[in-house]
Design a binder for this molecule. Structure first.
Ligand code: NAD
Length: 366
């Protein structure tokens, strides 16, 4: 298979798993990396044997790069994507897709004009766990899905991330940071969202970093850190959602889907595998569902590999920019609903991406 040459912009915390996995996909070749912090890019190149270190401006314009993997902080997502697309590169970006819908739409419009593909994290939905959930839903195991819950609660990322400030600035917060995993998993299984109603709040106007090297530093909080609401899907299904950085501990499940014939307990959507249990209409308890085998471990990069194969096969990528923009519009509707005190209709619509066949993505990953 022809390999697409990947240039990575942003060599921070999440980049390591991409650098490790990219060489394991048949459609990808790790060609160069860049970071505003040049030393970081040089250290990554040394550790992962990346042939070239470039400045971010040079990388997005380099003729030896086919696809830019954008792993910058949320504020850099649309600007770096735009520069890369203007230079005729395909892009795959970490979540969230953009800071607002207009910015994200511009990226998609430009890509269409330039004839390049746009993909976006999360690609966890292409892992064994959520592909199995999809198989069960489509096989009718729970009948017609009518309701569900999606809960992501924690106390934020300042206890482990070395540079956690961006999680509390515009583009951060528990919804834009963790919501993409949950909402993408829901949209992939239930289809597009029609409207949102929500309440949002913020428990701490300032937070203190406890991780190294910045322990003790205070950070301002610009975003809602507790968001709770209801999604009405086009299908008629109604799902209750909480995403929060204001919760110390909880016993809440991650995602449950309930249908006319049963219930499905789904794994953490921020993982590639995990246990899936099905409960039928009788009182005979939860039964574990046999999960797909491939891509059950941390397979970050699978969405980028799917995009690279999509380029060659002349089809849309599964973890697409369109899907990410729909999810972004839904996520932003939580604060909007609170501000305006009403339901927020969602304007964008997206098709469920095709399920991943077991052999659809060529890789040496398990
Ligand atoms: N850390 C995680 O566990 C994790 C997991 C999944 C997704 N993500 C997402 O990945 C993205 C990056 O997260 P991270 O934790 O690696 O952040 P990070 O702060 O550790 O790294 C970001 C890197 O990007 C560089 N950068 C920022 N703007 C840039 C620009 N315009 N041009 C070039 N380089 C730029 C920074 O110098 C930094 O080295 C975020 O969108 C985050 O939501 C992170």
């Amino acid at each position: 298979m022809k390999k697409l040459r990947v240039g990575v912009v942003g060599c921070g915390k999440i980049s390591g798993i991409y650098f490790k996995n990219i060489p394991q996909f048949a459609a990808l070749e790790l060609a160069a990396c860049a970071d505003l912090n040049k030393e970081r890019a040089e250290a990554a190149a040394k550790e992962h044997k990346i042939p070239r270190v470039l400045s971010p401006e040079a990388l997005v314009a380099d003729p030896g790069i086919d696809v830019v993997l954008n792993l910058t902080v949320p504020q850099g997502h649309a600007p770096v994507n735009t520069q890369a697309i203007e230079n005729g590169k395909h892009v795959f970006v970490e979540k969230p897709f953009a800071l607002n819908v207009a910015e994200g739409q511009k990226v998609l419009d430009l890509a269409k004009q330039k004839g390049v593909l746009v993909g976006c994290a999360p690609d966890t939905v292409l892992g064994a766990g959520y592909q199995t959930v999809r198989r069960e839903i489509e096989a009718g195991s729970i009948g017609r899905p009518v309701s569900g819950t999606a809960f992501m609660t924690c106390h934020g990322h300042e206890s482990w991330h070395p540079d956690p400030e961006f999680y509390y600035l515009k583009g951060g917060g528990p919804m834009l940071d963790m919501g993409p995993y949950y909402l993408t998993a829901l949209v992939m299984n239930l289809g597009p969202v029609r409207r949102v109603s929500a309440e949002t709040s913020l428990a701490f106007g300032e937070r203190t970093i406890t991780s190294q090297p910045k322990a003790g530093k205070k950070m301002p909080v610009e975003v809602s850190t507790h968001l709770t609401g209801t999604l009405l899907f086009d299908s008629g299904a109604v799902v209750t959602v909480i995403t929060s950085f204001d919760v110390w501990a909880a016993h809440l499940p991650r995602i449950e889907l309930h249908g006319t014939l049963g219930s499905l307990s789904c794994p953490d959507p921020n993982s590639f595998g995990g246990k899936i249990e099905l409960h039928g209409p009788n009182k005979d308890g939860w039964k574990e569902v046999a999960s797909q085998k491939r891509f059950g471990e941390n397979s970050r990069g699978i969405g980028l590999a799917d995009l690279a194969q999509a380029v060659q096969e002349g089809r849309a990528p599964r973890a697409s920019g369109e899907l990410a923009l729909h999810v972004l519009e839904v996520m932003l509707a939580f604060d909007k609903s609170t501000r305006e005190g009403k339901h927020i209709p969602i304007g964008s619509r997206v098709e469920k991406p095709a399920p991943r066949g077991d052999d659809a993505i060529e890789s040496t990953l398990p």
